[in-house]
Design a protein around this ligand. Structure first.
Ligand SMILES: [Fe+2]
Ligand SMILES: [Fe+2]
Length: 333
């Protein structure tokens, strides 16, 4: 448990001398400009800490909730090999969540507090996981598009200024690239299969394409906090830059598969050297973020149920640890 009285974790101190806060802030920014990593016990502005807690915990929640749509297909994977791969992937996502909760804990918030925020519905997580997985092709589309978008988002964050987050990103990105390839491999098999299988792949692409583009967040013009986060190097590239990179990378992959993005306005722009694409339905995005997506309630209900079902395991583990500690004390006495 985090004990604030014993460990300030670099919390912004009350400056003993007037002007001291400014010099702390100037030194802090200079370290970031020099590409030096900020570590948990270093001095940091309170707003930097809070922004990172929000960003890292939302990321952790997304990994944990992200296990649900794919977990839904473990029992129905078409072959033993596909089942084993999918189990490994879903486990990886759970590991990413744990890793990121640990990184956030170094900033002075407890895991229990973060979980409470998730289960009460107060915390946000990636909008994409509130869409249902209707067919096996959705598992391919998620790996290909959702993990692909996650990598696009996360690779720049390997250079983020906060040490524990940047190190977590390096490790997580390695696994995400396996996830992306396994998704694309499912799509290849379906697209080389019977007409019905290819139609399934196309249908999954139709449903997952736009939500994948929304994963990069609102347009730059509407994003709050962006300028400050860029200065602090906790956001390296803007939402629109990342989205464009993702579109440019993914369209040739769809061409290879022989399926089409559901966007009549999608077109290579010779002059810009990028693909132009149609408008995103931001109303849908905000609706899903607010909790009104097709699966929001279902996802939270499942997480709450999992916590309730696991209560006896936590209680038993705690009782066992206490018993062992008491025995060790008795033996040492
Ligand atoms: Fe992940
Ligand atoms: Fe992943």
């Amino acid at each position: 448990m985090y004990t604030q009285a014993l460990d300030t974790h670099g919390k912004e101190p009350v400056p003993p001398v007037a002007g001291e806060a400014d010099s702390h802030a100037a030194r802090f920014q200079a370290r970031i400009d020099e590409e030096e990593k900020i570590e948990p016990k270093d001095w940091m502005p309170e707003a930097y800490r809070q922004t990172l807690i929000r960003q890292i915990s939302q990321h952790a929640h997304s990994e944990i909730v992200g296990m649900l749509p794919e977990g839904n297909w473990i029992t129905r994977a078409p072959t033993l090999k596909r089942k084993a791969v999918l189990i490994a992937k879903v486990q990886d996502e759970g590991g990413h969540g744990m890793y990121l909760y640990s990184a956030a804990e170094t900033l002075g918030i407890s895991r229990a507090e973060m979980l409470e925020q998730l289960l009460s519905g107060a915390a946000k997580y990636s909008s994409i996981f509130n869409y249902p997985t209707l067919t096996w092709a959705d598992i391919g589309a998620i790996g290909w598009l959702v993990d692909g978008a996650a990598i696009m988002n996360q690779i720049p964050l390997c250079r983020c200024s906060f040490g524990p987050y940047s190190r977590a990103m390096i490790r997580i990105c390695k696994e995400e690239s396996f996830h992306q390839r396994q998704g694309f491999d499912i799509m290849i098999k379906l697209c080389q299969g019977r007409a019905e299988q290819k139609a399934m792949a196309q249908d999954a692409l139709n449903r997952w394409w736009w939500p994948s583009l929304m994963m990069f967040g609102p347009p730059d013009a509407d994003s709050v906090h962006s300028a400050q986060s860029a200065l602090w190097k906790i956001k390296i590239l803007s939402n629109d830059e990342l989205r464009q990179r993702f579109v440019d990378q993914t369209v040739p992959q769809a061409d290879y598969l022989g399926i089409k993005m559901p966007d009549p306005l999608l077109k290579w722009n010779e002059q810009r050297g990028h693909y132009d694409f149609g408008p995103i339905d931001w109303e849908e995005f905000h609706n899903v973020i607010k909790g009104n997506g097709p699966c929001n309630r279902d996802r939270l209900r499942t997480r709450v149920q999992a916590r309730e079902d696991g209560a006896w395991v936590r209680e038993a583990a705690l009782a066992y640890a206490e018993k062992r500690a008491a025995k060790a004390m008795k033996e040492a006495a």
